[in-house]
Structure formats: structure tokens, C-alpha cells
Design a protein around this ligand. Structure first.
Ligand code: GLA
Length: 737
């Protein structure tokens, strides 16, 4: 058991080989945090770490006791209104209008393993010995409200998973106006805060700033996790880099509105808050009702950011993602979207599939445009059946069978949460939109959001999808979601329950995913939201891969995939080669470079392959063959970031097999450098004393130590595009027998 409770000091010590996390039941029954960071040896009493004393203007918890002032104490799950003037973790509005609470320790239990969170994505264990969980039951004696704080510490990973469950055991309804998943007070604020932020087409760019007194943070009020801010932040020391130094990372397993922020107070303590965004949340809890928050994942390491990423990658790949595809190599995809848009004929798409087959690709995806009256983005969403038999004479079933007859698997695009006004679904159920009473819903991409907080809406969409899936051989679904939520009002709910709609919407999305994956466990799901606007850990629980960005330009993708790799495993990043000039940025990059970037992902192509010249086809054939040969290594190897495209002209990364016998290295240059310096890549993760052969050139071999410390020389002739703009190289390293 890696959670110990000391009866004498009333302390919980959660630990494994790498981390310690210490909570104390304070003198007044509230909870304080004594320590979170690198593992420290266990002893029964760490209470000296709780500091207090008389200070001007401070508010104290008891008369004549000048020790504990909430404002100066590292609180475990802070309240509001009683002298802790920093960001609270929760707020409960009582029937009398008061929002002051005082939760006191009641009891706790420690057990092996980890419980799932009902209706929500969460980390799991495969055997109870993988983790230990602590649940602390707290109660507000005045209102009867209960709160259970849950902590799971994994044996193998420097990880703590936190969530909170509220229950109204009082006599009157209350409203939860804020219910964060985690709050932690760190004793100093000498950190930089790093976030993954951007916009459509430039998602998850790395942004970093030094913490300052006050509040700094990110979040989403867009209804989904968003392209603007990923539900993640980390704090690192100024000297921390990829290989050294302290990192405190916070990731939120949720796909709706979220907040991640750090408040630095007057005394340089840093409070990190993670959870559902309180601005768009209020949850009426009637008697005996419960509210379960989503889960926050805390990772600590003193080994730098690559190590942090290894923890997230392994954890999210193997203890968050589920299903038959979790550990399976992903098929090479050919998708018709950038080639045809929504206007295509069956012949056209079959020819693309056929060309894909000839080049070694494995799965054809029919994107947007196959359903209802869909020829552009004004019609059809919501009608998940074929009505245009000129386009698809034998429907999806017929097309899927023809694609299978070519020796390819078949995949299909859906956008289940959306509706166009010009659709049978809207005409039959105009009240199924999210829409404020008496107001016109705001359009975006000519589409509107279905009210997924309503079960009958989710049921209706499930039935339509089920009809298709039960008849046609469909191996893959791209589940898209192409607008943000507005007028988030549900016509079937009381005024008091409208504050629930954003969260219930996401629960509806999760429930549809769950029903589909339960009924069709063999289907590979890829989530998508105008590219990567919902690339979050919540989605990974249902769909093991996500379309990383609509931006398929090679240079932009290096940055997007580099940023995404901070948290998300390579196998989860949908990455396709597309045509030049690139549709998003008009840039021309070598075909080799486009492939060299995309192969570090769930690889595929998104173009009309028939338009390629013979020479280009040869390049593609070689790329696909190389990818297939090294697919396990590329998708499931240990990924190291080597050179940062956000700060340098050159970028590099590599992936190493578990046994360290093989590696693939990718090097990417932005602008060609005239008469530039020699290039050396300092590799990582190899065996120091093993000898490696590079690109099968058996006349030379190099010790891992050489490649890591003296560096691997990148020769100009290795670079496609002659070392000019956007050139690149990929190297395959194999340990000498
Ligand atoms: C979104 C997706 C694209 C494509 C289009 C289809 O933008 O990100 O990949 O599927 O929708 O409309």
C-alpha cells in the first residue's frame, strides 16, 4: 500500500518511488497540504511543514488562536468566504443565499485499485495492485453537505489522479457554483507556466511565461476543450529543459469547458486550480443527489519535460485509452476530404481508394458529404443516411463493400452533434437545438448544435448511426464536431437546471461514444473538431486517436505535433500528407518532408493520389513501406523531443523501441541556411554501450554514447530538398547484432 495514515499526526502520506504527497487533517478538521513533490522518506509526523503565526490583516479560524489563517495556509481543497482570499476550489450556494461552507473531516478509506467515474472518462487500472486510492469524506455540519475527495496514486508512475464527489445530505437543495477537480498550493512561485494554446489550424503551440503575483491561467467557455487552450498546464523551474529539472504538470480528463490557472499570492505561494470552468457551471443538488467532478491528473518529475511526456504517453496510451485498438498498430489511411470536399462521385472516391491500395495504404475514409442532401455546408447535417443515390448508387453499404473488394478497409465521417436547418431532423424536431428562448440561435459554419443534454436526442442519433453501422462493413469512424456552443439552453429543463447544460451536453457526447464502442468494439474511432479543437484526454478514453489539426502543412505540423507531444502519445495524433501548395497556408514543402512529419503519428494521406506523378508515387510508396516496416516503433516507441521548433530554425525528435534496440530520428529545417554550421543531433534514450547502424549502412557503427554525447552528424546530402527551405531527414537506427 502506498498510502499511509498516521493516527498521531493525522497525516496521509501518498507515495511511490518517485513522488510524495502529504495531506494533514488540521486542528479544526479542515485539510491542509504539507508537501507535494519528489519522494521523501516516510515518517509519522511532518507537521512542522505547516507554518502559521500572527500577521496583520490575517483572518484566523478561531478566537485567540493566532496560528492558522486560511490565507497563509496551504489548503487542500479551499473554500471561500472564511479568510482564504485566493481562488476557491468550490462554492455552494445554500437556500438562504449564503455561500460560506466549512467542511470537516469525517472519515476516510484506503483501498487497492481505482474506481471508474460513472459516465465520465477516467484513468483505470488493469489490476488492483497497480494503484492505491484514498477517499476522504468531509462534511459541512451546518448544511449536511458531504464531499468526498479522491486520490489515486499509481505504483509505477509519478502520478496522482484527483476528483471530488459532492452529495446533498442536508434538508434543502443547494447550488454548486464551482466544483473544481483539484487545487494545490505549492510553497513557492519560482516557476514558469507553460501552456498549449493557439487557434484553429495552429493548435497546441507552446507558450511559456514566468509566474507573477496575481492570477494567470487558461480555459475554455466554448463548450468543448477548444483549439485555443488545451486542458493542460505545467509549472517548471527556469532551468528545467527536456532532460533535467522539476516539472509539475496538470492535465484534465474532460472535453467541455475547463479552467487551469495559477494564483500567486502576496507570499509567493502558488495555487494551481484545475476543473470545470465555473463561469458556465451551476449545478442544483436536490436532496440526496450527487455531483461527480471529472478527473485531474497530476504528474511530477525532476527529470525534465521529456520524462513528464513519457509518463503521460504511457499512462494515456495504456490506462486511459481502451478497446481493441489501444495497443494495435493503426492502419495507413487515405481520406478523400482535401481531394474532393463534399462533392464527389462514387467512381471518384473508388479511384482514390484504388490508388491508395496500389501505394500500400490500408483504409479508405469517406469524409463529409455522403449523407442527406449534403453538397455543401448548408444542408444535411443530422440526416445520417444516404438520400442522394446519384452520388452513392448503392448507399454506404454498397460503397463499403466495393472498397473492401479492393482489399481496403472502409471508414466513414460523422458529425453526430450537429444539425443544419435544411435537414429532415431539424424539420421534425426544431426544438432539439441548443437555443435561448425567444432568440435566434447564432450560426457557425451554417450549423447548429443539437441538445445532447437530452437523452431522446442522443438516442435518435444513435439509432441513425446504428442503422448504418449494423449494415455496412465499417472499420473506422471519424467523429467530427465543427463549431462551438452558444445559447446553451435546453428547452426541456427547468430554469434552475440550465446551469447544468454545458456539462450534461458533454455527458451526452460521452454516452453516445460509450454506446457505440460497446456495440461496435472493433471500430477504430478518430475524434476531430475542425482539426484539433477537441484533442483532449477525455476524448482519448473513447477514441484512441484524434485528428491533430486541419493544418497539414509540414512546417506547421512539426510545431503542432511537437506541442501536442508534451501530453499526448504519437499513436493518438492523426497526421496526413496532403498536397502543395498547402490548402491552409499556401506553402510548398517537399513531399518527403510531409511524409517525414506525418509518419510520427497515426499516419495517412489526404489528397487525390491519381494526380501524383510517377516519381511522386514512388516517393509515397517508399514512405508507406518505411512506415509499415517501422510502425510499432514509430507509434508506440518512447518519444523524445530533441530540438524545439518554437525557439529554433531546426526541429528534431526521435522514438526508441522499448528494448532500445531500434530508433527512428526525424530532423526538420524551417529556412535553408546559407553556408550554415555543421549539424549534430544529440540523441536520447539509446543504450550507452550498444553499437548502432544508421540507415542500414553496415560499414560504420556508433556507440549509443557517441550518438547521445558526441552527437549524430546530419550530412547535407541526407536532407531532402538539398538542404533548402523545409528540408528534412529521417534516420533508422538499429543495434548491431
Ligand atoms: C472538419 C475536419 C476536416 C473535414 C471537414 C469536413 O473541418 O477537421 O478534416 O472532415 O470538417 O467538413
Amino acid at each position: 500500500m502506498s498510502i499511509v495514515f498516521s493516527e498521531i499526526s493525522k497525516e496521509f502520506h501518498l507515495y511511490n518511488d518517485q513522488i510524495s504527497y502529504i495531506i494533514q487533517i488540521l486542528g479544526n478538521g479542515e485539510l491542509g497540504n504539507l508537501y507535494y513533490g519528489k519522494r521523501i522518506h516516510h515518517k509519522d509526523d511532518f507537521s512542522y511543514l505547516l507554518e502559521g503565526g500572527l500577521r496583520s490583516l490575517a483572518v484566523y479560524t478561531k478566537e485567540n488562536d493566532y496560528f492558522m489563517s486560511p490565507q497563509y495556509t496551504r489548503m487542500e481543497y479551499p473554500d471561500m468566504g472564511r479568510g482564504d482570499f485566493r481562488e476557491p476550489a468550490y462554492e455552494i450556494q445554500q437556500a438562504n443565499g449564503s455561500n460560506t461552507s466549512s467542511f470537516i473531516y469525517r472519515n476516510h478509506r484506503i483501498f487497492a485499485g481505482k474506481k471508474p467515474l460513472e459516465g465520465l472518462p477516467s484513468l483505470y487500472v488493469e489490476s488492483d495492485c497497480e494503484a492505491t486510492t484514498l477517499e476522504i469524506l468531509m462534511q459541512d455540519q451546518l448544511t449536511g453537505m458531504e464531499m468526498t475527495l479522491s486520490y489515486t496514486v499509481y505504483e509505477k508512475y509519478p502520478v496522482i489522479a484527483r476528483s471530488v464527489r459532492f452529495k446533498n445530505k442536508g434538508t434543502k437543495p443547494v447550488v454548486l457554483n464551482r466544483a473544481l477537480s483539484a487545487s494545490i498550493d505549492l510553497p513557492d512561485a519560482d516557476f514558469e507556466m507553460l501552456q498549449l494554446s493557439g487557434a484553429w489550424s495552429r493548435e497546441r503551440h507552446i507558450k511559456c511565461r514566468k509566474l507573477q503575483q496575481g492570477i494567470q491561467g487558461i480555459g475554455s467557455r466554448r463548450g468543448i476543450s477548444s483549439a485555443e487552450h488545451n486542458p493542460f498546464l505545467l509549472l517548471k523551474r527556469e532551468q528545467t529543459d527536456e532532460t533535467h529539472g522539476e516539472v509539475y504538470a496538470f492535465s484534465f480528463i474532460y472535453s467541455g469547458n475547463h479552467i487551469e490557472q495559477v494564483e500567486v499570492d502576496t507570499n509567493d505561494m502558488a495555487r494551481v486550480s484545475v476543473g470545470i470552468h465555473p463561469d458556465t457551471f451551476s449545478w442544483m443538488l436536490r436532496l440526496d443527489e450527487e455531483f461527480q467532478t471529472p478527473e485531474a491528473v497530476l504528474v511530477y518529475t525532476d527529470q525534465g519535460m521529456n520524462e513528464m511526456s513519457h509518463v503521460f504517453h504511457e499512462l494515456y496510451r495504456t490506462r486511459l485509452a481502451r478497446g481493441v485498438w489501444r495497443d494495435k498498430e493503426r492502419p495507413v489511411i487515405i481520406n478523400n476530404w482535401e481531394a474532393t470536399g463534399a462533392q464527389f462521385t462514387e467512381d471518384q472516391v473508388l479511384q482514390i481508394a484504388q490508388a491508395g491500395k496500389e501505394l500500400g495504404m490500408e483504409l479508405f475514409v469517406l469524409d463529409d458529404g455522403w449523407f442527406g442532401k449534403r453538397d455543401d455546408d448548408k444542408t444535411g447535417l443530422g440526416d445520417w443516411y444516404v438520400t442522394n443515390f446519384e452520388k452513392l448508387p448503392e448507399g454506404i453499404e454498397g460503397l463499403a463493400k466495393k472498397v473492401e473488394a479492393l482489399g481496403m478497409k472502409f471508414g466513414l465521417w460523422f458529425e453526430p452533434e450537429m444539425v443544419n436547418k435544411d435537414s429532415d431532423l431539424y424539420r421534425a424536431h426544431p426544438d432539439w437545438l441548443l437555443c435561448a428562448p425567444g432568440r435566434t440561435p447564432s450560426p457557425s459554419r451554417n450549423q447548429y448544435v443539437l441538445d445532447f443534454s437530452r437523452t431522446e436526442v442522443v438516442d435518435a442519433v444513435f439509432d441513425m448511426m446504428d442503422q448504418i453501422l449494423s449494415k455496412a462493413p465499417i472499420s473506422y469512424i471519424k467523429w467530427d464536431m465543427n463549431r462551438y456552443l452558444t445559447e446553451c439552453y435546453s428547452t426541456d429543463k427547468s430554469p434552475q437546471d440550465q446551469g447544468k447544460v454545458y456539462h450534461q451536453y458533454i455527458l451526452g457526447v460521452y454516452s453516445l461514444y460509450e454506446r457505440l464502442i460497446q456495440k461496435y468494439p472493433e471500430i477504430l474511432f478518430e475524434s476531430c473538431s475542425s482539426g484539433g479543437a477537441r484533442f483532449d484526454p477525455g476524448m482519448l478514453y473513447y477514441a484512441p486517436q484524434a485528428w491533430t489539426s486541419d493544418d497539414t502543412d509540414a512546417y506547421e505540423r512539426v510545431r503542432i505535433q511537437y506541442g501536442t507531444s508534451l501530453v499526448y502519445p504519437v499513436s493518438s495524433m492523426g497526421a496526413h500528407v496532403s498536397v502543395v501548395p498547402n490548402q491552409q497556408v499556401g506553402r510548398v514543402t517537399p513531399l518527403e518532408t510531409r511524409g517525414n512529419v506525418a509518419m510520427f503519428g497515426a499516419f495517412g494521406y489526404e489528397m487525390d493520389l491519381q494526380c501524383l506523378t510517377d516519381e511522386e508515387k514512388d516517393i509515397v510508396r517508399r514512405q508507406v513501406a518505411f512506415f509499415k516496416e517501422h510502425r510499432r516503433l514509430l507509434q508506440f516507441g518512447r518519444f523524445y523531443r530533441l530540438q524545439n521548433p518554437f525557439t529554433e530554425n531546426d526541429a528534431a525528435w526521435m522514438t526508441v523501441s522499448e528494448d532500445q534496440n531500434e530508433a527512428v530520428v526525424g530532423f526538420y529545417r524551417k529556412m535553408g541556411v546559407p553556408n550554415g554550421p555543421w549539424i549534430r543531433l544529440y540523441l536520447q534514450g539509446l543504450k550507452e554501450n550498444a553499437k548502432y547502424i544508421v540507415n542500414d549502412q553496415t560499414d560504420q557503427s556508433y556507440f549509443g554514447s557517441e550518438l547521445m554525447h558526441a552527437g549524430m552528424v546530419v550530412h547535407r546530402e541526407d536532407l531532402c530538398g538539398d538542404g533548402g527551405d523545409f528540408c528534412s531527414a529521417v534516420y533508422y537506427l538499429k543495434k548491431q547484432a
